[in-house]
Design a protein around this ligand. Structure first.
Ligand code: AHM
Ligand code: MG
Length: 342
């Protein structure tokens, strides 16, 4: 049997041999992975651990929090606040940033996370996950403010997610491709199971919540309609559709076998650019997808180039197989062009 590589070994090699990550970042990623292991345990216990159901609170987006949203948020904060590698954290479940308490040393990194993505799937035993993004605190900035987090996704130094499904899999990039680590429950460690992940540029599978079709903009309707027309339509091939309603699970499928994922702007809430959040959902997923040879846009521009102005900013998301994302983006840009004058 070939020798297994643990996450720790992978990170040490990234630090030592390849010089990709400083030791503080390695420590940070190990701590995040440990927190994901604790969250996986809580998720696996389900009703036996009393973790299912709704808490009597709402988050900053006005969404009812599930017990596991709160538990996962606490696990990530408690695991990360004392190690000396972080300056501050931000989470989908907290309105403002969380400063590392004074009693602990301050580090130079900023950690953002969606502690439990796919909340509507928690109680029905469908895959959910934790998404995270790591930024560096701007040099020479005294203290930490929310403004320090306002960095485009292209500035991320690490990003990943852990999907809690039939297996718990941690998926990571530090800018050197995408690696996947499966949790070995008996040994309690993440083991490298895939490296140099590559998304095929073409696909026959799309993911979008079709129930919103009547609210979409024309370019999205055009793309999906063409897919639905199948072999007889302009695409000349039949398409398949998947929608897990957990972005982590949909992105994991795309990293595994290709596909396109869309959560576009729609007319239900025209003032919101989309449902998903830029800084702790679209940015980390966008970078992972790009690192695997795919593409991620908001329908018009590269997600990683968007300059954030708010911590909980929302964004329209189109990501996955390169040629499909290019097509959807093209459809938007064509629709934006002013009609030629007669
Ligand atoms: P959450 O972070 O509150 O769980 O919301 C984000 C989730 C995504 O994981 C998923 O793609 C989307 O919301 C599903 O939305 P919908 O229920 O509208 O299909
Ligand atoms: Mg989410």
């Amino acid at each position: 049997m070939s020798k297994r590589v643990s996450l720790t070994q992978y990170l040490v090699e990234q630090q030592r041999v390849d010089g990709h990550i400083p030791s503080q970042l390695r420590l940070l990623l190990e701590v995040v992975a440990r927190a994901c292991k604790s969250i996986a345990l809580a998720v696996n216990k389900g009703d036996l651990g009393g973790v299912l159901g709704t808490a009597s609170s709402e988050n900053v987006q006005g969404e009812v929090q599930k017990k596991l949203d709160i538990i996962a948020n606490e696990v990530l904060i408690e695991a990360n606040e004392w190690g000396g590698h972080l300056a501050a954290m931000a989470s989908e479940e907290m309105e403002g940033i969380y400063l590392v308490p004074n009693r602990y040393p301050q580090g130079e990194y900023l950690l953002l996370f969606d502690p439990l993505d796919g909340s509507s799937n928690i109680d029905v035993n469908v895959s959910i996950g934790t998404i995270f993004s790591v930024l560096k605190k701007p040099d020479n900035a005294p203290g930490v403010t929310e403004q320090d987090f306002m960095q485009a996704g292209a500035k991320q130094v690490a990003a990943g997610y852990c999907v809690f499904g039939p297996q718990s899999t941690l998926v990571l990039t530090v800018g050197d491709g995408v690696a996947m680590f499966t949790l070995d429950r008996e040994k309690g460690s993440f083991v490298l199971t895939r490296e140099h992940v590559e998304i095929p540029p073409d696909t026959k599978e799309f993911a979008i919540n079709m129930s919103n079709m009547r609210h979409w903009d024309e370019p999205v309707k055009r793309y999906v309609n063409e897919c639905l027309e199948g072999k007889e339509g302009p695409r000349g091939k039949d398409f398949n559709m998947r929608w897990v309603a957990s972005m982590v699970a949909d992105v994991h499928r795309i990293l595994t076998r290709g596909g396109i994922f869309m959560y576009p702007w729609d007319k239900r809430d025209p003032d919101k650019p989309g449902k998903l959040r830029l800084m702790y959902e679209a940015n980390p997923m966008g970078w992972l997808i790009e690192q695997a040879g795919g593409m991620a846009t908001d329908g018009r521009q590269r997600i990683l180039d968007i300059q954030p102005t708010k911590l909980h900013q929302r964004v329209s998301v189109v990501l996955g197989s390169k040629n499909e994302v290019e097509r959807v983006t093209q459809y938007h840009l064509e629709a934006d062009k002013p009609a030629p004058s007669a």
